[in-house]
Design a binder for this molecule. Structure first.
Ligand SMILES: O=C(O)[C@H](O)[C@@H](O)[C@H](O)[C@H](O)COP(=O)(O)O
Length: 260
C-alpha cells in the first residue's frame, strides 16, 4: 500500500453499509461535477453485500440513467449461470434501478462469444470506445475511462479481480483486459481487467472482511510486490481506500475503528 486511507468498521454488515453510503455520495459528486458517473463492480461476498446495502438507501439524489456500470472481472460462464458476477449484481441491486441498458457494460458471457479471449478483446474495445466518446481517458493514456470508483474484493491469497498471485495476468503492462484460464479459485476460466486498467480509476476501493484476509491485508500494507500480492499493486489516480472490518484489520500495525 502506498498513499492510502484505511477505514475500519466493526463487522461485515457495518462495512457494507458504510461503503454503500460513500458510494452513493461519490456517484452524486461525480454527476454534479461531470454530468455522469462510472462505477466498476466486483463479485464476491462483500461486493454483493455492498450493492444490497445501496438498495436500502435513499438514492433520490442520483440519476441512475446517467451511471455507467462496468465489472472488474467475470467468471467465463453462461449468462444465466449462478456463478456469474453480473447475475449476482443484477439480483442484488441493478435490476431495480432504472439504469440505461446501454450503460451497463457486462463482460461477454460464454454463450455469447466463443472464447474468453474473444470476451476480453470485446470488452477492451468497449472500454476504449467509451473512453474516447466520453473523453474521460486517464492522464497516462490507458484505453479505458477514468472510472470514478472501482470496487475490489480481496481473496485470502491477496488476489483482486481475477489477478492471482504468480500468474502471468498480474504482470501485464499494456493490455487492459485479459482472459485467465488457470485461476486457482474455481471457476478456472475468467476475464479480468489488468493492473493498468484498474489503476486508471480515480478511486480504488478495496472492501475486505474476515480473519482469513488479515494476512493478505498486512502483506499489502507492508509493501509486498504485486506479483506475489496482487492487492498491493492497485491504486487510484486520486485516492485508494481500504475498507476493512476489524477481523481483516487484525494484523495491521495500529488497528483503529472508525465507528467507535
Ligand atoms: O471471482 C471470485 O472468485 C470472487 O469474486 C473473488 O474474487 C472475491 O471477490 C474475493 O475472493 C473476495 O471475496 P469476499 O468478498 O467474498 O471475501
Amino acid at each position: 500500500m502506498t498513499e492510502h486511507d484505511v477505514v475500519i468498521l466493526a463487522d461485515p454488515r457495518g462495512l457494507a453499509g458504510h461503503v454503500a453510503e460513500r458510494l452513493v455520495a461519490e456517484i452524486a459528486t461525480a454527476q454534479a461535477a461531470r454530468g455522469t458517473a462510472s462505477v466498476v463492480l466486483t463479485g464476491g461476498g462483500m461486493g454483493t453485500r455492498t450493492l444490497t446495502a445501496v438498495g436500502d438507501l435513499d438514492t433520490s439524489g442520483i440519476d441512475w440513467s446517467r451511471v455507467d456500470v462496468w465489472w472488474g472481472d467475470e467468471r467465463f460462464v453462461a449468462a444465466d449461470d449462478a456463478e456469474r458476477n453480473e447475475r449476482a449484481a443484477r439480483a442484488a441491486l441493478l435490476d431495480g434501478l432504472g439504469l440505461d441498458p446501454a450503460r451497463v457494460h457486462a463482460i461477454p458471457a460464454a454463450d455469447a462469444v466463443a472464447t474468453a479471449e474473444d470476451a476480453a478483446e470485446r470488452y477492451a474495445a468497449e472500454l476504449a470506445t467509451s473512453s474516447e466518446t466520453t473523453g474521460s481517458r486517464p492522464a497516462d493514456g490507458t484505453a479505458v475511462p477514468a472510472f470514478d470508483v472501482l470496487l475490489l474484493g480481496v481473496g485470502p491469497d491477496a488476489h483482486v479481480a481475477s489477478l492471482f498471485p504468480e500468474l502471468d495476468a498480474v504482470q501485464e503492462g499494456r493490455r487492459t483486459v485479459l482472459a485467465v484460464h488457470d485461476a486457482p479459485k474455481p471457476p478456472p476460466h475468467r476475464v479480468t481487467l489488468t493492473l493498468p486498467a484498474i489503476n486508471a480509476a480515480r478511486q480504488v476501493w478495496l472492501v475486505v472482511a474476515g480473519a482469513d484476509k488479515a494476512g493478505a491485508v498486512a502483506l499489502a500494507a507492508n509493501g509486498a510486490a504485486a506479483q506475489q500480492v496482487p492487492a498491493a499493486g492497485v491504486q487510484g489516480t486520486e485516492r485508494t481506500v481500504w475498507f476493512l472490518d476489524t477481523a481483516a484489520a487484525a494484523r495491521l500495525p495500529r488497528p483503529r475503528r472508525d465507528d467507535e
